[in-house]
Design a protein around this ligand. Structure first.
Ligand code: CMX
Length: 135
């Protein structure tokens, strides 16, 4: 497979508004989008830094993946997203190598991108997301 860059870093926060203010007022970044991803039970805020984005994630449900993460581990880096050219081929390759996939097939994530997650138990403790580069 060919990973091209770090597409984004996902950060779990308790309060989206307060954390947006920190990134804007203290770090001088500009939030360019806020989006709710209902299926994932999160509200997200995006910032761009070079080719990489920062995605702040606030849960909309304590039982959602980010709600459970904050309950168990507190706020902080939640996942790392790598951009890849051909997502179905990358997933197939990992499946054949017995890597534990959360998503066996690509699905639609924030910003309309095709995405898939790999289980942190297969990746030395980091939840890894793949996002497919638009053609
Ligand atoms: N990073 C590293 N480890 C994590 C983790 C994370 N983000 N989330 C959970 N874990 C660990 C837990 O600490 C736990 O480890 P131990 O067994 O050693 O305690 C283990 O994984 C199982 O955790 P859990 O709380 O029982 O959680 P689940 O098994 O129910 O779910 C996971 C974990 C990763 C499968 C689930 O969160 C998931 O499917 N994530 C993918 C979707 C997602 O995260 N969506 C939110 C972002 C959406 C977006 O970016 O738009």
């Amino acid at each position: 497979m060919k990973l091209t860059h770090i597409e984004h870093i996902g950060i779990a926060v308790k309060n989206l508004e307060e954390s947006i203010r920190f990134y804007e007022d203290m770090l001088g970044l500009k939030c360019y989008a806020v989006e709710e991803v209902k299926e994932q039970k999160v509200k997200t805020a995006f910032f761009k830094l070079g080719q990489t984005k920062i995605e702040l994630l606030e849960t909309t449900d304590p039982e959602g993946p980010v709600g459970k993460f904050i309950e168990k581990r507190g706020e902080g880096i939640h996942h790392l997203a790598f951009a890849v050219n051909n997502l179905p081929a990358a997933l197939l390759e990992l499946k054949e190598k017995d890597v534990r996939l959360i998503d066996l097939d690509p699905r639609r994530g924030a910003e309309g991108l095709n995405i898939a997650f790999i289980h942190p138990k297969s990746t030395f403790g980091v939840l890894i997301e793949f996002t497919e580069n638009p053609e």
